[in-house]
Design a protein around this ligand. Structure first.
Ligand SMILES: Cc1ncc(COP(=O)(O)O)c(C=O)c1O
Ligand SMILES: [Zn+2]
Length: 405
């Protein structure tokens, strides 16, 4: 087993590797502990490259053993150059990390695969979560692939595409009259009573580690080099922080040279508790979300303080993006890169644009932008672009209207 314990981020006490949501002393969040001397001896570029074409190539750096028979394995998604988008933005080098290529089209397949491996190790028969949509998709699909039950708790007014893409796998979808934060509170209460694997409650310490693999992959896919800047969306703040942690770990292992990239985070203005707290130099306080970017609408982010620490320690920043820029950013990404990202991608691109405007990202920087979810699940903000040219099934008439005859 690669990890040896769970350590409290507040009091640093160590606890056994169980389904423990928070430190029993002070409710502090928990992170797995690894033996870095041992890992430095055993993990090499070659050992990773010889592994499977999925997140499980990094199994020694994760808190669970790789499944004996990995099913629906996520990860090793494409990292593609986007020169037309770079030119439109006025920067030199831009790559897109297409996590839309995961089994349920978002990065959540990474975190769920790790949490589920722990759930199976503990013999739990039901996977569960509170979700803003994508996590529900990933939990439902993984449970189906593994032969487990799934129960997901989502705000009732989520995009129908996301709810249908969860129900199809056979999961029980609880449509909660309330916000994501109400769903989250509900699952915390239920986790005391039900023997289920709540991936983002009791299994959160394992789940969150899955996002580190995005950092590992970017370094490996750039030929074991680090970019200068990485741009990521923020909801709970786990993804943003764990990607930076992943870069720190490949440096620590001697697989790449530092420094860790500057992490630029992005939230939608209608739900920007972390961006606002960082800008105002204070602690994160909950907000009531009112945003188009439903997947990022977490008003009380579990890892908000961690995200602020990540922004400061990497020399990055976190920006709030205007709601009316989300759709146009989705369009710009699609039109210049051929990539249809969801609302979260529109927010992420907005964060990059703001960082460029403020001079935080320049022409000489090598930039990676995370596309964490698929636009087919959130088509509404760009639906008005569908203005088809209605024609008869008559080539001559069309050629004539094109002036070609
Ligand atoms: C598409 C997408 N991107 C980013 C995030 C943010 O993840 P985190 O909660 O780890 O900050 C989410 C969360 O649901 C998401 O669905
Ligand atoms: Zn503690």
């Amino acid at each position: 087993m690669p990890a040896s314990a769970l350590r409290c981020r507040v009091c640093e006490a160590e606890h056994e590797l169980g389904p423990t949501a928070v430190c029993p002393r002070d409710f502090g969040p928990l992170d797995p502990v690894y033996d870095w001397d041992e890992l430095r001896r055993t993990v090499t570029r070659e050992s990773i490259e010889a592994g499977p074409a999925s997140i499980w190539r990094y199994a020694p750096l994760l808190p669970v053993a790789a499944p004996a028979e990995p099913r629906l394995a996520p990860g090793l998604t494409p990292l593609v150059p986007a020169p037309r988008l770079a030119a439109a933005l006025g920067i030199g080098e831009l790559h897109l990390k297409l996590d839309t290529a995961n089994p349920t089209h978002s990065f959540k397949d990474r975190v769920v695969a790790v949490a589920c491996a722990k759930a199976r190790e503990l013999g739990l028969g039901t996977l569960a979560c509170s979700s803003t949509g994508n996590l529900a998709n990933a939990v439902a699909a993984r449970a189906a692939a593994e032969g487990l039950e799934a129960a997901v708790f989502c705000p009732a007014d989520l995009e129908p595409e996301k709810l249908i893409a969860t129900a199809v796998y056979g999961a029980t979808v609880y449509a909660v009259q309330g916000t994501y934060d109400d769903c989250s509170r509900l699952t915390v209460e239920l986790s005391f009573e039900l023997p289920w694997g709540f991936v983002n409650v009791g299994l959160r310490a394992y789940y969150a580690e899955g996002s580190k693999t995005l950092g590992y992959e970017i370094a490996e896919q750039l030929g074991w080099e680090l970019p200068d800047v990485v741009v990521a969306p923020i909801a709970s703040g786990a993804l943003y922080s764990k990607v930076a942690q992943g870069f720190g770990e490949v440096v620590r292992l001697g697989l790449v040279d530092g420094p860790v990239p500057r992490l630029i985070g992005a939230q939608a203005e209608g739900c920007a508790p972390v961006a606002t707290a960082l800008a105002e130099g204070r602690r994160v306080t909950p907000v009531r979300p009112r945003s188009l970017a439903r997947s990022l609408a977490i008003g009380s982010p579990a890892d908000g303080e961690l995200a602020i620490g990540t922004a400061r320690s990497t020399g990055g920043d976190i920006h709030a993006v205007a709601e009316d820029e989300i759709g146009p950013n989705m369009r710009l990404l699609a039109e210049t890169a051929g990539v249809f990202g969801e609302t979260a991608a529109g927010v992420t691109l907005g964060g990059l644009r703001e960082a460029i405007l403020r001079g935080q990202v320049g022409e000489r920087d090598r930039v990676v932008l995370l596309v964490t979810g698929d636009g087919l699940k959130t088509p509404d903000p760009v639906a008005d672009l569908f203005r088809p040219v209605e024609i008869e099934a008559d080539a001559d008439a069309l050629l004539c209207s094109l002036g070609a005859v």
